[in-house]
Design a protein around this ligand. Structure first.
Ligand SMILES: Cc1cc2nc3c(=O)[nH]c(=O)nc-3n(C[C@H](O)[C@H](O)[C@H](O)COP(=O)(O)OP(=O)(O)OC[C@H]3O[C@@H](n4cnc5c(N)ncnc54)[C@H](O)[C@@H]3O)c2cc1C
Length: 416
């Protein structure tokens, strides 16, 4: 059986759902296919941080040295990596190491800044227009520090971002305790990115998928894409477990799974999964009043109404979504070093998800170099939620033959 459709979106994570929303708003008909449940993949258990301040890509000077140092501290390291001789993995690592330089940062700042600002504006508008009740708070992202050296590093990064228009406040010891009363006594300072915000991602994604369905999208869950047929520079068939699909345009938004989904397409898509964990608990007695990053430990803290979530670890090359209890415990232990917590936490969920990570730290957004009816929207690494609504808008603009809101050329696949 072959089903014909206008726009076919592969992957119902934050990126695929955002593309669906803006395409539906522009009057297109949309079908979404997901191998599992829509909105439940690597987006639901994440930190929920919406961070237009994150304009420095993961591949930046000093990152390799920091990663090696962290790995010498196996109890607290926020970073890990798979040991494997898989040629694609080795090639990704080499490309990543080579991209950790100033010119990569210079190249990435403009597109990350444009996409981050567009997304932040779209989040505020979408949530207000659709009246989404998802614990959305525009209170910024506050980094807490315990050591002078890390605080100085945070201030330095803040200054760099300020030069690119990102609003930043630096707090000394007394101010940081006034702003965030949940901070423990030995926190010596903070850096506050006041233009950031946060929300409960699982609730947001559920509301967005309900809205997209109500706007008329066909949504097929447990329907993995298994292959493609192409002819004359066009995808002619998308094969799935529920039959074949033909579409005017296809959006590939399968996150960390994109390279395996696209294996028939003869495209070089250098994405590796980077696993991370979260633990979510009932509200604690002294709930933090801000979304936080615990500076030295790189743990994210997200107060979301009646729950509190901690997230952490970046394990490059690890594609399993089973949470590791040892790291879940270590993340909790690290959080206890920074904020006041109940002696016993009422943990409701432990979770692992995969960040779709490119070697230069920028997403891949744009038309396939080999297929006239394929658009890629993937590789958002640690920012897939944050950059979702901006990505959705520019993908809809591409599909509709309009000029995108900003230049997408630095994000094209053929940069690799
Ligand atoms: C611990 C942790 C914390 C994070 N915190 C944040 C944060 O605070 N802010 C932020 O912006 N980002 C955060 N992220 C990153 C964010 O979660 C990802 O960037 C985001 O989920 C990527 O979205 P996506 O839609 O591209 O992919 P996904 O969310 O992975 O969605 C892809 C979808 O494709 C589907 N799929 C896979 N294979 C197939 C197939 N064969 N056929 C059809 N469908 C298929 C999957 O089932 C899935 O639903 C975090 C990630 C982790 C792990």
């Amino acid at each position: 059986m072959t089903t014909k459709t206008d726009i076919l979106i592969i992957g119902g994570g934050p990126v695929g759902l955002s593309c669906a929303y803006y395409l539906l708003k522009s009057g297109r008909k949309v079908t979404i296919l997901d191998a599992k449940e829509i909105g439940k993949g690597s987006g639901s258990g994440n930190a929920g941080h919406i961070v237009p301040s994150h304009i420095i890509p993961l591949a930046a000077p000093g990152v390799v040295t920091s990663a090696l140092k962290w790995m010498l501290d196996p109890v607290h390291s926020p970073f890990g990596m798979k040991v494997s001789l898989d040629p694609k993995y080795i090639s990704w690592l080499l490309q990543f190491v080579l991209a950790c330089n100033k010119s990569n940062v210079q190249r990435a700042i403009a597109p990350l800044n444009s996409l981050g600002q567009l997304s932040a504006r779209n989040f505020a508008q979408l949530i207000a227009e659709e009246k989404f009740d998802c614990s959305y708070q525009e209170k910024g992202l506050l980094f807490l520090y315990k050591t002078e050296s890390a605080f100085n590093g945070g201030k330095h990064e803040g200054e760099l971002m300020q030069k690119h228009g990102i609003p930043v406040d630096v707090y000394d010891r007394s101010k940081v305790h006034e702003v965030e009363p949940a901070a423990l006594d030995d926190i010596i300072g903070g850096v506050h990115f006041t233009g950031d915000s946060h929300l409960n991602p699982a609730v947001f994604l559920k509301l967005l998928s309900d809205r997209v369905r109500a706007m008329g999208a066909e949504m097929l869950e447990h329907t993995p894409v298994t292959g493609f047929e192409s002819a004359n520079g066009k995808i002619t068939k998308v094969k799935t477990s529920a039959g074949d699909f033909e579409a005017e345009q296809i959006i590939l938004a399968a996150g960390a799974f994109t390279p395996s989904v696209a294996r028939d397409l003869k495209l070089n898509i250098p994405i590796q999964p980077a696993r991370g964990y979260s633990l979510t608990m009932s509200a604690t007695k002294h709930m933090p009043s801000h979304a936080l990053i615990l500076g030295e430990r790189r743990i994210a803290v997200s107060p979301m109404g009646d729950v509190l979530r901690f997230t952490g670890r970046l394990e490059v090359g690890n594609g399993s979504t089973t949470p590791n209890p040892l790291w879940i415990q270590r993340i909790e232990n690290s959080a206890r070093e920074y904020i006041a917590l109940d002696e016993k936490l009422d943990i409701k969920e432990t979770w692992a998800g995969l960040r779709p990570t490119t070697p230069d730290g920028m997403p891949i957004i744009g038309r396939s170099p080999n297929h006239s009816n394929l658009i890629l929207a993937t590789g958002h690494a640690m920012l897939g939620l944050s950059l979702g609504p901006g990505t959705g808008q520019v993908v809809a603009e591409l599909v509709n033959g309009q000029e995108p809101a900003f230049s997408l050329s630095p994000l094209r696949l053929d940069r690799f």
